[in-house]
Design a protein around this ligand. Structure first.
Ligand code: GAR
Length: 209
């Protein structure tokens, strides 16, 4: 059974969705860079071991990442899931976990990499918005997209209403992608990403209008 670690910084609603999904893999640990993150409570309530590794305690990004890396090795982790983990990772850490680390981002990548995606979508007047699950590579929010959830933006939307609808889809697509990885339906190989025995040319799309 695949051993999973989830990295968090905040409320952890995506972590909760992963816990509730009863995945074929096992979530063996949750790491937060913020000791007061509610996500740590969710993990404890589910009987999952936790580690609070406060980034401020380390002089460099590399030093912080090295401690996280060691924790992941100690837990014998196969798959790292970033679920609202709001730290940029060092090149070395990313390289160590390349092909074994996925992230969820609240936009239809490659649009709106980085922060404040809902606000930027509203300011631009886009018709569609959503979320993307992707492999993590050295370039921020640029790894291969595996699944996207699409919502329609209405002219009544506020940042909050849009964020809520995107979140709802995150909670559907993230457990689904992780389950594909756990069961081997989705694989990272030296020849690219294979989904159900075929090269994955585009992310799987989920829509909620
Ligand atoms: C989610 O919306 C996730 O897409 C976003 O943080 C939120 C975490 O919510 N991630 C990023 O912005 C990463 N660049 P949660 O703590 O309730 O799961």
């Amino acid at each position: 059974m695949i051993k999973i670690a989830v990295l968090v910084s905040g409320s952890g609603s995506n972590l909760q969705a992963l816990i509730d999904a009863n995945l074929s893999g096992q979530i063996v640990g949750v790491i937060s860079n913020k000791p007061d993150a509610y996500a740590l409570e969710r993990a404890k309530n589910a009987g999952i071991q936790t580690a609070a590794i406060e980034h401020k305690q380390y002089p460099t990004r590399e030093a912080f990442d090295a401690v996280m890396h060691q924790q992941l090795l100690d837990w014998d982790v196969d798959l790292v899931i970033l679920a609202g983990f709001m730290r940029i990772l060092s090149a070395q850490f990313v390289q160590s976990w390349e092909g074994k680390m996925v992230n969820i981002h609240p936009s239809l990548l490659p649009n709106y990499k980085g922060m404040h995606t809902h606000k930027r979508v509203l300011n631009t007047g886009d018709v569609f918005h959503g979320c993307t699950v992707h492999y993590v590579t050295a370039e921020l929010d640029a790894g291969q997209a595996l699944a996207q959830g699409v919502v329609k933006v209405s002219n009544q939307d506020t940042e909050t209403s849009l964020a809520n609808r995107v979140h709802e889809l995150e909670h559907i697509i993230y457990p689904q992608v992780v389950e594909w990885i756990c069961t081997g339906a989705l694989k990272h190989t030296s020849n690219g990403v294979i989904y159900r025995d075929h090269p994955m040319k585009a992310p799987v799309q989920f829509c909620k209008f």
